[in-house]
Design a protein around this ligand. Structure first.
Ligand code: DGJ
Length: 547
C-alpha cells in the first residue's frame, strides 16, 4: 500500500484523537464522600457545591425548557433540579418514552449545567397525580390506602405489591437509560426518589396487609437505630415498642422500605447518589405523636433513623424549607445535618428573604441548596415563594451564586474539611458570633459602613433581614469570606491584642486561583469589615501582637 501523506495525517489525527479521548476517558461517576461526619458530593472526581435551582413542577417538557434555562442563566446556577414523571416516561404500560430525558440532558450540556432528576413516581407531595393513567385509575391493581374508618383515601398504599413492582420497573428503566446516555459526561449527578412522601390526614394504612404487618415484630435494624421517645418495650410489636408513636413510625418504615426497593433496583443498574425530600414538621414544636400536623410517614427529622434503617440505598433525607422564620430555618438545618446524614436543601422558597440562608446553609457544610421555582414559567407559588416571576425574582439568588460559583470547588473541599461557617441575619436583627479556632467573629447588621447604627437613621435596603456571610478558615489566621449586608469584626478569642494583617477584596479565577482586586485599610476597616448589598468576596488575614 502506498503511503500517501494525506493518509498519514489522517492516521495521526485519528490516533491523537483516540489518545486524547483515552486520557480524558469517561468522567468518574458522582458519589457522596463522607469524612468525620462531614460530606461532599464528588463530581468529575472533585468536591462539588450544588448552587442549584429547582424548576416548577410542570416544566418537565421540551417546550417548557427555554424558560427554565433563561432563569438558570440569570441565577448563575451550576445545577438544575427538574422532575421526570412516571406518567411521561411510561404513558403506556411497558412502553418507555425517554424523549424528554434526552432533550433535557442534551440542553443541560449546552448550558453547561448539571442535573438532579426528581423521580415523580408513586408519590408526589404524597399523592399519585404523576403516575400514569393506567396506575391512577386501577385501584384494584394499585390500591390506595385505607383510613382508620375503613374508607379508602387518596394516597397509594405502600403495601401495593403491583404498584411497587411497576414503579421499580419504570425507575430502573430510567436509570438504565441514564447509564446509556450519560456514562461518559455524567451530566446527571444525583436523583431524588419520589417527592415529599408520606400521607396527609391519616397516620398510616389500615388495609388488611398493613394491619398484618403492623402486628409483626419491629425489625432489629429499626430497634438498633430508633429509640422510643416514650418508655416502651425493648422489642416486640410496633405498638409495644413505640406506644403512641407506633402508627407514624410504622408508616415511615413502610414508605421507606418501598423507596428502598425502588432505589436499590435503580442503583443496581446505575449507581448515582440518591436522596428523599421532606415536607417538614415544625422543628420547634415539642416532640409529640402525629396529630394531623404533617405528612405522616415522610422523612421528617424524627424518623430519619427509621429511613436509615429501612432505606440504605438512600444517601440523604433532605429538608424542603418553606417556613421563612430564621429560628425555624436554623432548627431544621440542625436536625437534618447529622453524622449519618449529609445536609442538602433541595428546595427553599424563592422569595428574596430566603437568599440570606444560602450563606448559612453552605457555611454549615451543606453539599448544596436550591431555591424552588426559579423558572420563568408564568407561575408563582406565593405565599410559599415570591410573587415575582421574572428577573427580579432571580436577582437576590443570582448575585450570591455569581460570587460563590468561581470558588464552588474550593468551598466543597473546605466544607468537607470542616473549615466553614455560615451566618444568616436573624429575624431579631441581633448580632451573632462564631468561634473559629483562635478567632471570634462577630456579625452585626443594619450598620452604616462608617460608624455605628442609629435606629432613626438606618441604611436603606435593610428594612427586612437580608444579611449573611459564609466563612472558610483556610489557615489558622486566614479566612475567605463571602457576604452581604453585614459587618464582621474579628478578635482573638483569648483576648490577645490583634489587628488585620491584610484584608483583600477579590475573586477566584476560572482556574481557582485567588485574584486580589484591592487591599482594604483605613476607613474601609476602621469600623469592621462592612459588606454591602453586593455580595463581596474577601481574603482576610489576622495577626496578634504584644503590647
Ligand atoms: C414542595 C414540593 O416538593 C414541590 O414540588 C412544590 O409542590 C412545592 N412544595 C410548592 O410549590
Amino acid at each position: 500500500m502506498k503511503n500517501f501523506p494525506g493518509r498519514r495525517v489522517a492516521a495521526f489525527c485519528l490516533s491523537a484523537l483516540l489518545a486524547a479521548h483515552a486520557i480524558a476517558g469517561p468522567a468518574p461517576i458522582p458519589l457522596l464522600q463522607h469524612k468525620d461526619g462531614r460530606y461532599a458530593l464528588v463530581v468529575d472526581g472533585k468536591p462539588f457545591t450544588v448552587l442549584g435551582v429547582q424548576a416548577h413542577n410542570s416544566s418537565n417538557y421540551p417546550a417548557a425548557l427555554g424558560q427554565v434555562w433563561a432563569a438558570v442563566r440569570d441565577v448563575n446556577a451550576n445545577t438544575l433540579e427538574i422532575p421526570v414523571a412516571w406518567e411521561q416516561l411510561e404513558p403506556v404500560e411497558g412502553k418507555f418514552d425517554f424523549s424528554f430525558v434526552d432533550a433535557l440532558v442534551a440542553q443541560a450540556r449546552q448550558n453547561k449545567v448539571r442535573l438532579v432528576l426528581l423521580w415523580f413516581g408513586t408519590w408526589k407531595n404524597t399523592g399519585p397525580q404523576y403516575t400514569p393513567e393506567w396506575v391512577k385509575f386501577d385501584n384494584q391493581r394499585f390500591p390506595r390506602m385505607i383510613g382508620k374508618d375503613g374508607k379508602g383515601i387518596y394516597c397509594l398504599s405502600p403495601f401495593g405489591e403491583q404498584t411497587l413492582k411497576a414503579d421499580t420497573r419504570a425507575f430502573t428503566a430510567l436509570m438504565a437509560h441514564l447509564k446509556k446516555i450519560d456514562s461518559v459526561q455524567r451530566t446527571v449527578i444525583m436523583v431524588q426518589v419520589e417527592n415529599e412522601v408520606g400521607t396527609y390526614g391519616t397516620v398510616r394504612d389500615f388495609s388488611p396487609s398493613a394491619e398484618a404487618a403492623f402486628r409483626q415484630q419491629v425489625p432489629a435494624a429499626v430497634l438498633a437505630r430508633k429509640k422510643p421517645p416514650a418508655p416502651g418495650a425493648a422489642n416486640g410489636t410496633w405498638q409495644e415498642v413505640y406506644g403512641p408513636y407506633a402508627d407514624e413510625y410504622f408508616h415511615a418504615y413502610a414508605v421507606a422500605s418501598y423507596i428502598e426497593t425502588v432505589a436499590r433496583s435503580g442503583r443496581a443498574v446505575y449507581d448515582l447518589p440518591m436522596y428523599v425530600n421532606n415536607a417538614l414538621r415544625d422543628p420547634l414544636e415539642p416532640m409529640a405523636p402525629w396529630k394531623s400536623n404533617f405528612a405522616s410517614g415522610g422523612p421528617t427529622y424524627d424518623v430519619i433513623d427509621i429511613y436509615k434503617a429501612a432505606a440504605p440505598h438512600i444517601d440523604i433525607a433532605a429538608p424542603d424549607i418553606y417556613s421563612p422564620e430564621s429560628d425555624k430555618v436554623g432548627a431544621t438545618l440542625e436536625r437534618f445535618q447529622r453524622q449519618d446524614n449529609a445536609l442538602f436543601v433541595p428546595e427553599m422558597g424563592n422569595a428574596a428573604g430566603y437568599a440570606r440562608y444560602v450563606y448559612q446553609i453552605l457555611g454549615r457544610g451543606a453539599i448544596g441548596v436550591a431555591p424552588f421555582g426559579i423558572d420563568y414559567a408564568d407561575y408563582s407559588n406565593y405565599p410559599l415563594g415570591s410573587k415575582l416571576k421574572d428577573k427580579a425574582m432571580a436577582e437576590p439568588f443570582g448575585k450570591i451564586y455569581a460570587a460563590f460559583r468561581p470558588m464552588a470547588h474550593h468551598w466543597a473541599q473546605w466544607s468537607l474539611d470542616g473549615r466553614t461557617f455560615g451566618i444568616a441575619e436573624g429575624d431579631d436583627r441581633k448580632p451573632q458570633s462564631i468561634l473559629a479556632g483562635d478567632w471570634k467573629i462577630t456579625a452585626k447588621f443594619r450598620e452604616w459602613q462608617f460608624g455605628h447604627a442609629n435606629k432613626d437613621d438606618l441604611p436603606p435596603g435593610t428594612e427586612s433581614p437580608n444579611g449573611g456571610a459564609a466563612l472558610a478558615q483556610v489557615g489558622d489566621d486566614e479566612f475567605i469570606v463571602i457576604g452581604q449586608n453585614i459587618r464582621l469584626n474579628f478578635e482573638h478569642s483569648a483576648g490577645k491584642p490583634s489587628m488585620y494583617a491584610r484584608v483583600e477584596e477579590g475573586h477566584f479565577d476560572a482556574g481557582g486561583k485567588w485574584v486580589m482586586e484591592r487591599n482594604w485599610n483605613g476607613d474601609q476597616t476602621d469600623w469592621g469589615i462592612n459588606l454591602t448589598a453586593r455580595p463581596t468576596v474577601m481574603k482576610i488575614r489576622m495577626g496578634t501582637y504584644v503590647q
